[in-house]
Write a new protein. Structure first.
Lengths: 227, 268, 270
């Protein structure tokens, strides 16, 4: 009974997450990513359902006022399996897709170059802002700003740091915008794409099969062919 | 040829005009040096020549800018970029941030213009050659030194095949090695027929690469002429411009009553 | 007692780059020192150790005779004022005056002493007329002077300037030169990182040349810019000032500045 509900999600995970991950040689990073993504939720879901599942009758053990039930365990495991399937799928996508490839392909299929640009450059923005924040913190500390003292002192230290980070980033945006405009960006009309990820017949067929598969699964579920 | 006819410009929201009735010609294939105190209008001049003012930053333009004989007010920004390229003093903000290699970075401009793929590749190769940075083609732009980034920026501008390039203090943030790289690049480009206007505080650099010079003062042109003549003008310090080393030495000799005539040969 | 002492200073960044490879340096109070060398030679890494922003991987940093590792950055800021290259990575206040007040206020100055320190710094950098202006309404070169003023107002025993003359016109350079002279005259120490060899030759008593994390030359401008040192200088992309080159060609010995060259020529013709 405990294992009954997880057969479905487990099959999905193995077939559509672990196997492709193995093919891509990304099993360990995948497991690490999934662990990071799901551990907090997994722990709370598991505990809540194990100990507080309504309608649980088959008692496994007691800890003080709470009771662990077999039904709860079964449900918890099932939910966990689904979470793993989802997290696994998302992680697999991110681990095996280069951001540049994705945006180029989207652009090839008609997405505006500006959107593609924003998606691509956001990857660079966070490290740039972090670096800027560090440099600014250094400059303010060099003027006596105390970042190693009391909490109150540190809170007061936020303004001299946040201000230049934001203003400076905005100022840089203006410079970057002009540099981009000076290179023709923002002109209406398609850009020339130097290359695009190859789209083999095999990949196209696989895509259609996957879509068909999802539709079939949903139909089967609704029609109660599958549990 | 870029021609300014009685050109005035006031920044959006500014009380006074930054440029006041300027007449200037940037001839084909020449390198024009621009010096002057800070806030004399040098950067504004660059913005106007490149079309960024008023198209990108707003403001009010008076007079005319003629780009190869055409009134620029009829040209949109992306049309301007095919005539006039502009480079700025900060190497890192000119990197697009979306190119994984220097090659892609340089190709970014022509690709934006929607040119055929072969054309884009041809221009990229030509730019790499012109700047002598073929060996950097596969490197990540963000990891290069300031001087190298500046070269990539100029190469990227060049790939737009403008007839004229405006450079606003390209060596400001570079060390002497980087400055030399950019100076060599300017000389090489000029040799290939590109007209270049370069704003710099480093008069030694201008002495080396500029054929003609202007010195600006509060929005007008105070001095104009062949480089050697302008850089030897005694009014330079009063205009906020540091004289080139050779000229300063000459003045020191003259003041001490020594004969300065041997200096030019000693400077190599 | 020395103002600054570096003993076997090594610094290795997290990335593995060995930016300082065992530097020994002693700087006495009142000295005007220039730190030169190409980008990547370790100059910036070195000066960041002087106020504790970077800590040694190996070796010791002594500021005013005290081991810097026993002090926080805020404490070291009382001894060493460091002016960064990019003013926009520092300026946060809504007026020039408030910006300049920040540093000395953190050091505990109040009332009349604070007011005086601020107005002196504003006068020296020529910003007094713009005291109530928003810093971002100033041109970039004047913001650089503002950053300088905000550290000068802290009146620290040691003043460190990182590329003080880049982007400055003649008037700006003159102001920096006058500040260096005034601070040194008051018996305080000035350390300037610079690529401008003319500025270096004319404004400091001592030149420290760095390359790949080590000091390769250390002496007066006359010693460092003399012909025997040129090969070493060029190995770190430093070109001696014109006066030095001309003096060498005329066989006049070491003449790092225009003034020295003229003197030497006058002596010869006498």
């Amino acid at each position: 009974m405990i294992l009954g509900g997880i057969a479905g999600p487990l099959a999905l995970v193995v077939l559509f997450v672990l196997v492709p991950a193995a093919v891509a040689g990304a099993v360990r990073p995948l497991l690490r990513a999934v662990l990071v993504l799901t551990l907090p939720i997994a722990i709370s879901v598991f505990l809540v359902n194990l100990l507080f599942f309504p309608g649980g009758t088959t008692v496994l053990f007691r800890i003080g006022p709470v009771t662990a039930t077999a039904e709860g365990l079964a449900f918890a495991v099932e939910v966990l399996a689904r979470i793993l399937a989802i997290a696994g799928g998302i992680s697999l996508f991110y681990l095996t897709t280069k951001p540049g490839d994705l945006t180029i392909d989207l652009e090839r299929r008609g997405v505006s170059p500006r959107i593609a640009f924003v998606a691509n450059s956001s990857v660079q923005t966070v490290p740039a802002m972090l670096e800027r924040a560090q440099a600014i913190t250094g400059a303010q500390r060099a003027r006596g700003l105390d970042t190693e003292g009391s909490v109150a002192a540190r809170v007061r230290g936020i303004v001299p740091i946040v201000g230049p980070v934001i203003l400076g980033s905005i100022g840089e945006v203006e410079q970057r915008t002009m540099a981009l405009e000076a290179r023709g960006f923002g002109r209406s009309g398609r850009r020339t794409l130097l290359w695009a990820p190859p789209d083999t017949a095999l990949e196209r067929i696989a895509r259609w099969l996957l879509v068909a598969g999802v539709v079939a699964l949903v139909v089967a579920r609704v029609a109660r062919i599958l549990p | 040829m870029l021609t300014l006819e009685s050109l005035s410009y006031r920044h959006a929201g500014a009380a006074r005009a930054s440029l006041r009735e300027i007449d200037l010609v940037l001839g084909d294939g020449e390198v024009l040096g621009v010096a002057g105190a800070n806030e004399a209008g040098k950067t504004t001049l660059c913005f106007v020549l490149s079309g960024l003012a008023p198209r990108s930053i707003g403001g009010t333009l008076g007079g005319r800018l003629l780009v190869d004989g055409v009134d620029a007010s009829t040209l949109r920004m992306h049309e301007m970029t095919e005539h006039v390229g502009i480079g700025f003093d900060n190497p890192s903000t000119q990197i697009s941030g979306v190119a994984r290699t220097v090659y892609e970075e340089i190709a970014f401009g022509p690709a934006n213009l929607g040119l055929p793929r072969d054309e884009v590749l041809a221009r990229t190769e030509a730019s790499l050659d012109a700047l002598g940075i073929g060996h950097l083609a596969d490197r990540e732009p963000a990891r290069l030194s300031g001087g190298q980034q500046q070269l990539v920026a100029v190469a990227s501008i060049l790939a737009m095949r403008p007839r004229h390039i405006v450079l606003d203090e390209p060596t400001a943030q570079l060390d002497p090695a980087g400055t030399d790289l950019v100076g060599d690049a300017i000389a090489r480009l000029a040799g290939q027929g590109v007209s270049i206007l370069v704003v710099e505080h480093k008069t030694d650099l201008l002495a080396r690469v500029a054929t003609r010079m202007i010195v600006m003062e509060t929005g007008t042109i105070a001095l104009e002429g062949p480089t050697e003549q302008v850089l030897g003008d005694p009014r330079l310090p009063g205009l906020g411009v540091a004289e080139p080393s050779a000229v300063r030495l000459q003045r020191a000799f003259e003041t001490a009553g020594l004969d300065p005539s041997r200096i030019p040969e000693l400077v190599r | 007692m020395s103002a600054i002492e570096l003993e076997g200073l090594v610094h290795v960044y997290d990335s593995g780059v060995r930016a300082l490879d065992g530097v020994d340096l002693t700087i006495r109070p009142g000295e005007r020192v220039a730190l030169i060398g190409q980008n990547g030679s370790g100059k910036t890494t070195l000066v960041r150790h002087l106020d504790g922003l970077l800590r040694p991987t190996e070796g010791r940093v002594l500021v005013g005779g005290v081991d810097a590792s026993t002090r926080t950055v805020a404490q070291l800021a009382r001894e060493v004022g460091l002016v960064f290259q990019d003013p926009d990575r520092q300026i946060f206040a809504s007026s020039v005056r408030a910006e300049v007040e920040f540093g000395p206020r953190n050091l505990g100055l109040r009332g009349e002493a604070l007011r005086q320190a601020v107005s002196d710094a504003l006068a020296e950098t020529g910003l007094d007329a713009e005291a109530e202006t928003n810093p971002y309404d100033l041109a970039a070169s004047r913001r650089k002077l503002l950053a300088l003023a905000s550290v000068v107002a802290m009146q620290t025993p040691v003043l460190v300037l990182d590329e003080p003359t880049t982007g400055q016109d003649l008037a700006g350079i003159r102001r920096v030169e006058r500040i260096v002279a005034r601070v040194a005259d008051a018996g305080r120490t000035v350390i300037a990182v610079s690529h401008d060899m003319r500025f270096v030759a004319e404004n400091v008593d001592r030149v420290v040349v760095m390359r790949l994390g080590s000091v390769i030359l250390d002496g007066t401008p006359a010693e460092v810019f003399a012909e025997p040192a040129w090969e070493l200088l060029r190995s770190t992309y430093v070109e001696p000032p014109l006066a030095a080159r001309v003096g060498a060609r005329l066989g006049l010995g070491s003449t790092p500045t225009d003034e020295r060259l003229v003197e030497a020529m006058a002596v010869r013709s006498a």
